[in-house]
Design a protein around this ligand. Sequence first.
Ligand SMILES: [Mg+2]
Length: 385
Amino acid sequence: MSKITKLEVLHVRPRFSFLLLHTDEGLVGLGEAALEGRDKVVESAIHELEYLLIGQDSRRIEYLWLLMYRATFYPAGSVIGSAISAIDQALWDLQGKRLGVPVHELLGGTVRDRARVYKHVNTRDDVPADPGIHAEDLNEFLGLARAAVAEGYTMIKTALPGPARFVESRRFIDREVERFALLRDAIGPDVDFGIDFHGRVSSALAIQLIQAIEPLHPLFVEEPVTPEDVDAMAHLARRTNVPIAAGERLFTRWGFQRLLEQRAVSIVQPDLSHCGGISEGRKIAAMSETYGVGFAPHNPLGPVNLAASLHLSFTIENFVAQEQITLGDGLITRPFELVDGYVAAPEGPGLGVELDRDAIEPLLYDGGWKLPYWFDAHDSGVAKW
Ligand SMILES: [Mg+2]
């Protein structure tokens, strides 16, 4: 027996949130308790679930997952899904710590020696930028891309900048093609790039854009349309040879079911801090494998979610690449190390990461960070993210 005694959430500037799950053995399990811009809601949801968890045996991970999922009656969406995810990650961390083995060993052991990771490179003129990720202008954007290649990345991801109208001018499409062509020139033919549309454009414009950028051979286009419109995604997928990726805003295996059945994507991107944790990510990975679909975990969060994602990714056949915005510098005691665009499997018991308490102590805050939001530049209407 390893009784759960306390659940504690730490919010760390600029926008990270971690769950510490305490047990009566004195072990503490770590999870990432985030929902971009809504971390305090996830913290509240975690405390809502305490009545199901306090006093329970932390070794019964699947049982506790089912208990949390079924007891809430409504299907786990973004908030409950993120709360369950953080708790699930912490339970796997605890299990590994108790047994003295990495989580990937509990999942069957590694099937590869290293995992490809990629970095964001974006331009964003109208929101406070994340240094090193968002450039002020085109030249800085291309400079960030070259810098990522110099760091060793073999793959980067960029996004459509800002909102677009429902249908757009020839000039708009030409400008985007030109930007991605300059990016291709800057990184050279041996480095890959994916493009995230963020579900930001209409399906009509999405297909025009994708067909225009096909010759540049992006590795994938992500969320060409909003994820709830599976039929539109499937329609798009049939009209381009660019692989379509999606899944960061889908939750649990049931959230991915239609996407796979409709053969709407080539790559799924569940976020292990939102989709239901390591336990659920593993099931989504296996479902995807049966459809010949790759698995590339979403993670614009912190190093605990990175570790959770990597432990799973090292144990599945259909892993493609791992998203990250930090390898953990200033947040965990032993940051991940990038070698030729790849990282090694996390070692050490559990998730193999520990928060650097001295470093994060001055960064603790109330968790109230918010996502930026958008308006149409032409008529000031509220725009899609
Ligand atoms: Mg995305």
